[in-house]
Ligand binder design. Structure first.
Ligand code: CA
Length: 240
């Protein structure tokens, strides 16, 4: 019999009062919450606590949120929701492409934060509880030329070599691969990968696509797999 554990959230926020409010609120909804107040501790806390979702303030003393995210990404694919003090910081962080999955600008509503955390946990839970028994090969993998997406194992191979993907990157690539030759708009992708209530900047999609392209060695100017539908979104496969 399997036991479903509560979602684990690590909150990294140097404003102690805000951290406490968030912690209390998330706990009320049955989540397992751990808190730390500075960046250096945060990296160690991710290792020890292995959160599903990392709520990470950008402005931290010592190691800032960007550096924390960079370091965390070397060993964890937990969902990183970054908190920024101003809207223009979102642009800056998105531009840096450090590997955060989502962003919220302060002040934010606790309810919105909870909604985003829960949406992510539901998605993780769906993936964990998806039947793994003997999928047929065509159900299990999607092949586009030299790109093979193994949905059951959540692995990507390019030219026969395995390529490590974060959860979000894998979900995005899979969404496109499951709709070959069909343009998916940024909004559609946001709805599929994040959730329909998500109201952040859709350019977040571009940032993740950029990271995927780099990993697939698939330059936008001469695409092998992912094609840009200018002003709309993305499509996989060129129809040849
Ligand atoms: Ca701060």
């Amino acid at each position: 019999m399997s036991v479903v554990r509560a979602g684990r959230v690590l909150v990294v926020e140097d404003e102690v009062t805000l951290a406490r409010v968030v912690e209390k609120y998330l706990r009320k909804f049955g989540l397992e919450v751990s808190v730390c107040h500075d960046g250096a501790d945060a990296v160690e806390a991710v290792r020890a606590f292995t959160p599903d979702v990392l709520v990470l303030d950008l402005g931290l003393p010592g190691l800032d949120g960007i550096e924390v995210c960079r370091r965390v990404r070397t060993f964890s694919d937990c969902h990183v929701l970054m908190l920024t003090a101003r809207d223009d910081e979102v642009d800056k962080v998105v531009g840096l492409s450090v590997g955060a999955d989502d962003y919220m600008t302060k002040p934010f509503s606790q309810r919105e934060l909870l909604a985003r955390v829960q949406a992510r946990l539901r998605r993780i839970h769906q993936l964990d509880s998806a039947p793994r028994a003997e999928p047929t090969s065509s159900d299990r993998t999607v092949t586009i030329g030299d790109l093979v997406v193994d949905r059951a194992a959540r692995q990507v191979h390019v030219d026969g070599e395995p390529v490590p993907f974060t959860r979000i990157e894998f979900d995005l690539l899979t969404a496109l691969a499951e709709h070959p030759l069909q343009v998916l708009s940024r909004r559609q992708l946001v709805d599929m990968i994040w959730n329909a209530q998500w109201n952040g900047d859709e350019h977040l999609v571009d940032v993740h696509i950029g990271r995927i392209r780099k990993k697939l060695n698939d330059p936008a100017a001469a695409p092998r797999f992912i094609h840009t539908a200018r002003g709309v979104g993305y499509r996989i496969g060129d129809g040849r």
